[in-house]
Design a protein around this ligand. Structure first.
Ligand code: HEC
Length: 127
């Protein structure tokens, strides 16, 4: 296999089953979000249960969304989360999420890999 093919295979393998170490780091990064967020419950920010595939600004029962986020047209997946979490104010001007972002690419990737698992239907319970 070419080097590129090997890299692609490695990337796909990672996508299918993120390494345990990556998930552990991702969970650790999420502690920065926990001042405002929880997986199962709304706090200052909306709960994250069911995040992937959901339209931005549409978590049922959360009243605190900005007009900017609701009108953004974003659907949350690994790519849209990557852009938003790198620089929330650039990705969605007018967002009221008062957080500068996760600047480190590796930390962000681990965070998103962990979020994908932790927020999956059946893994979390909205309440
Ligand atoms: C200071 C509080 C605060 C912190 C810290 C914070 N958030 Fe938020 N977050 C919010 C608020 C408030 C909103 C709603 C923003 C809006 O409506 O513009 C939000 C929205 C979001 C959304 C959109 C959810 C949806 O239902 O559309 C995601 C995803 C998100 N935050 C992820 C994170 C992650 C991951 C972190 C940690 C790296 C984080 N946030 C840190 C307050 C925070």
């Amino acid at each position: 296999m070419s080097a590129l093919a090997l890299q692609l295979a490695a990337a796909l393998a990672l996508q299918a089953a993120p390494a345990a170490a990556s998930l552990a780091r991702g969970e650790q990064v999420y502690t920065r979000c926990a001042a405002c967020h929880a997986i199962d419950t709304h706090r200052t920010g909306p709960r994250h249960c069911g995040l992937f595939g959901r339209r931005a600004g549409s978590a049922p029962g959360f009243e605190g969304y900005s007009a900017a986020l609701r009108a953004s047209g974003i659907v949350w997946d690994a790519n849209t989360l990557d852009r938003f979490l790198r620089a929330p104010f650039d990705a969605v001007p007018g967002t009221t999420m008062g957080y500068a972002g996760v600047k480190d690419d590796g930390e962000r990737a681990d965070l998103i890999a962990w979020l994908r698992v932790a927020t999956a239907q059946g893994r979390c319970t909205p309440r």
